[in-house]
Design a binder for this molecule. Structure first.
Ligand code: BGC
Length: 525
């Protein structure tokens, strides 16, 4: 670090172009949202049922897709995304964050080709598993790429942009389905599937012009390339003191971490103490699990049918409204996450959501089928979505991008993202068994389940999630080693890694000198 490099010099100032570069990768969220959203509508299209289904008298279209086929077509995506997210942990370290995302876009596109071309369930399933693998890779790697290149003061806001893109993807999927579902030709399902190419092309080609993460170059020991990449991202000349200082701090932190831990998968499961890797992996994995257990996807995956069975006549419109609330309120989080911090909004958001869930459950159970219950359902579902969109939606992604030290960051983010997809699948799979009339038939009581699980999410955030706002990734690393979740918000940076390394090497050298003095070795020179 240059002479004047101190705590205030661990990050360079950023130009407007730098902000744009950092925000672009958020586009990956569109792939995530659209891909999870389009299949619901497609499965309900008459032409699709005729093409892929079997003759029946049970469906108005005269054809239906068997339950096991529906469940396979829907859930196979999660198998692909889960494996893709995990693979991201190795691939992103091996060939770099940026190249991995570009390759993921190519894999995703191949999956889309298979789906567009398919006229059988088998081929469709193969296409979805492949596309899912690409989405899984993208979902894990985009988070680490964005977290690694974003300036610390707005890192939360930038990564929240990814969540916003997810919500836009979900909304776009429901709009496109709405537009094509009545076509009496294969365009009805082929158009919604094929449109995804566009997202993959924009992301893949766009990344071609973006720099690699300087932190990955540091990890690979390619320091000159790291300097050049950092200077492009920050919009500063590569020989400026700012770039020198920021790079020196990233290098010092990496050397410090690499001295205490290696970077294998096995190392992710070591150390439960404050600075331990396993502690951080558990926080990431459980945070993503509890994001799913807030119950959000009950609304996005099963909302329409639930509103119908609750006696709401315009259920499609209400579903569209829930999607709109999601898209329109997410940007508020850009400000909230930097103003109040990650930990606070996770706690506050869970509190708001669980109150809404218990109100819906209590009124719906006390006055089933009444217009009061329907109004309460609609109003509180919208407030609940606002609660998710401004807190757990973005913050769960932001935090997993921040809590891992560089040596295991790719793997930690991958494990956490895989947990999101795993629980997404588990909840999607078991929900029909809780609510279908022939099964659990819980009706509004299902919200007692979501209210209870959301209470666990609140407790988890309170006891385990640290405050990471306003710190560089290297300072987050230090904060986690020196504080607990509950004391983290008060922690203040007090030393750079460069200073610490110098202090420790200085102390070690002094010790050696003392020892030598004591044994008279020095004198013998
Ligand atoms: C969640 C998804 C959810 C979406 C809704 C994401 O953060 O991981 O499961 O469908 O938010 O906006």
């Amino acid at each position: 670090m240059s002479e004047n490099g101190g705590l205030e010099r661990i990050e360079s100032p950023v130009t407007a172009r730098g902000y744009f570069l950092c925000g672009f990768a958020a586009f990956g969220g569109i792939l995530f949202g659209y891909d999870s959203g389009y299949i619901n509508g497609v499965l309900g299209m008459d032409y699709f049922k005729r093409e892929f289904g079997h003759p029946t008298t049970l469906d108005n279209s005269g054809y239906n897709i068997k339950t096991w086929e529906k469940s396979l077509i829907t859930s196979i995506l999660s198998a692909g995304t889960f494996c893709g997210a995990l693979a991201g942990g190795s691939v992103a370290d091996w060939i770099g964050r940026r190249l991995s995302i570009m390759i993921a876009c190519a894999i995703f596109s191949a999956g889309v080709v298979l789906q567009v071309a398919s006229t059988t369930v088998e081929m469709l399933v193969c296409g979805r598993v492949l596309a899912g693998f690409g989405v899984g890779l993208v979902s894990a790697i985009v988070i680490m790429y964005m977290s690694e290149i974003a300036p610390k003061a707005i890192r939360g806001a930038i990564v929240s942009g990814y969540q916003w893109a997810i919500t836009i993807g979900l909304l776009l999927a429901s709009c496109v389905n709405q537009g094509t579902h009545e076509y009496d030709n294969s365009g009805s399902y082929r158009i919604p599937i094929a449109i995804q190419w566009l997202w993959a092309i924009i992301l893949g080609v766009g990344l071609f012009f973006l720099p690699e993460s300087p932190r990955w170059f540091v990890k690979k020991g390619r320091h000159e390339e790291a300097r050049y990449a950092l200077s492009r991202i920050r919009g500063q000349p590569s020989d400026s003191d700012y770039i020198k200082d920021e790079l020196a701090e990233i290098q010092a932190n990496y050397e410090f971490e690499a001295n205490i831990s290696k970077a294998t998968w096995f190392d992710c499961f070591k150390g439960l103490g404050r600075s331990g890797n396993f502690r951080r992996v558990l926080i990431g994995v459980f945070l993503q699990m509890f994001q799913q257990w807030t119950g959000i996807n009950f609304i996005f995956y099963y909302g329409t049918t639930f509103f119908q069975t609750s006696g709401i006549s315009n259920a499609f419109l209400i579903s569209l409204i829930t999607n709109l609330v999601n898209v329109l309120t997410t940007p508020l989080s850009f400000w909230m996450i930097e103003r109040f911090g990650r930990r606070s909004i996770l706690i506050g958001g869970a509190a708001l959501m669980l109150v809404c869930e218990f109100i819906i459950a209590a009124v719906g159970t006390a006055l089933p089928g009444s217009s009061t219950a329907s109004t309460i359902l609609i109003v509180f579902v919208c407030i609940y979505i606002f609660g998710f969109a401004t807190t757990w939606g973005p913050a769960a992604w932001v935090v997993i991008g921040e809590i891992f030290p560089l040596p295991i960051r790719a793997k930690g983010v991958a494990l956490s993202t895989a947990s999101n997809w795993l629980w997404n699948f588990v909840i999607g799979y078991i929900t029909p068994y809780m609510v279908d009339p022939g099964e659990g038939n819980l009706q509004a009581k299902v919200f007692f389940v979501w209210g209870s699980t959301c209470t666990l999410s609140l407790l988890f955030a309170y006891f385990f999630v640290p405050e990471t706002k306003g710190l560089s990734l290297e300072q987050v690393d230090q904060m986690m080693a020196e504080s607990t979740a509950r004391t983290s918000a008060k922690w203040k940076p007090h030393e750079t890694y460069g200073q610490r390394m110098r202090r420790e090497t200085g102390a070690a050298a002094a010790q050696v000198t003392d020892k030598h003095d004591a044994t008279g070795e020095k004198g013998s020179l």
